[in-house]
Design a protein. Structure first.
Length: 341
């Protein structure tokens, strides 16, 4: 199976890279290409690295008498308008991904030169569609939450050489916290040796929506996806998981703080400075005359003035005992190598 990181647009994804944050539009545009472009304009200031659109044609997606047909038609954007929206998104500097729900939508997105695709969870059993995405030679995010392992492995084979990411996340909105199963992120990464992402469908009206992506990043997510809307009060066609631009910005700030809190294997500079400032040094327990041979009884171990050069640590006592003072050493004065013969 594939290993290592990959690039989505100009951004690297994988070990050692910051978590990639995608703002998901969903149906928040209400079928208006002008509203979709306003969503694009809002994405970068609120901290998103990229934007995700869902594109479909109702007649290709559902049968004529399907109970959701009219609702889908209400948020459908014509292909010529989608081309303008995708062009504006690419010009914004954001990574642009599309979740195509039918073959014409896939072809439109490929022609627009988007940076990657998402396979909807319901298309994980649509091998010809997955194979067509692989032929487009762009990164593909596979919605694998709740999908049988044999189907995941089959989808990876169908993609051929196309870079792949496994996308985790309860498909329904709002997702109960107990259904997130964040521990699966690291398990997938170890099992498939691929970057993993988290699609957050927790209730956008709740405080947990702000911290769930940060928790996912702490559990190994290389990428997070969160729906957003310009006006939660309207409650039109957007997902119940959608957050406002202001909350999206707060969510990203929490995620970046969580990344910094995770740290590296090497001690952080700030912690190192703090520890050094609180560390004890060998100091004179009282006045030590010039020429005096130092003994353990003459020494004390105290926090020294951090504004002065550091002295010897208590573990270096063996370097002090038995040596003569080169000059008088005052009580509480930090003992340094240049004071000893």
């Amino acid at each position: 199976m594939r290993a290592g990181g990959l690039a989505i647009g100009s951004r690297m994804l994988g070990e050692g890279q910051p978590c990639l944050v995608l703002a998901e539009v969903g149906g928040a545009h209400d079928g208006s290409s002008e509203a979709a472009q306003r969503l694009v304009e809002a994405a970068f200031p609120m901290g998103a690295d990229g934007i995700l659109f869902q594109i479909f044609r109702s007649e290709e997606l559902v049968v004529r008498r399907h109970p959701e047909r009219s609702e889908l038609e209400a948020v459908e954007i014509a292909p010529e308008h989608w081309r303008r929206v995708l062009a504006a998104a690419r010009a914004s500097g954001l990574c642009v991904l599309v979740e195509p729900l039918d073959r014409p939508a896939l072809d439109l997105a490929a022609e627009a030169n988007v940076d990657g695709f998402v396979v909807h969870t319901t298309d994980m059993e649509n091998p010809e569609f997955i194979r067509a995405m692989g032929r487009a030679s762009r990164p593909v995010l596979l919605s694998a939450h709740g999908v049988r392992e044999e189907l995941v492995r089959e989808a990876l084979d169908l993609l051929g050489d196309a870079p792949a990411v496994l996308l985790h996340g309860f498909p329904a909105s709002p997702a109960p916290p107990e259904e997130l199963r964040l521990r699966d992120l690291l398990a997938w990464k170890e099992r498939y040796r691929l970057p993993v992402g988290f699609r957050d469908q927790t209730d956008g009206a709740g405080a947990f929506a702000l911290v769930a992506p940060a928790l996912a990043a702490a559990h190994g997510a290389d990428l997070v996806v969160k729906p957003f809307t310009l006006d939660r009060a309207r409650r039109a066609h957007e997902s119940r998981a959608a957050v406002s631009p202001e909350d999206f910005h707060r969510m990203v700030e929490l995620l970046r703080q969580a990344e910094r809190a995770g740290g590296e294997t090497v001690e952080g500079e700030g912690a190192g400075r703090t520890r050094r400032g609180l560390a004890r040094s060998i100091v004179a327990g009282g006045l030590i005359p010039r020429g005096e041979v130092l003994t353990a009884a003459m020494l004390a171990f105290k926090r020294a003035d951090s504004r002065l050069p550091p002295g010897l640590s208590p573990r270096e006592t063996h370097r002090v005992i038995g040596r003569r003072a080169r000059r008088p050493i005052q009580a509480d004065e930090t003992i340094r190598e240049d004071m000893l013969e």
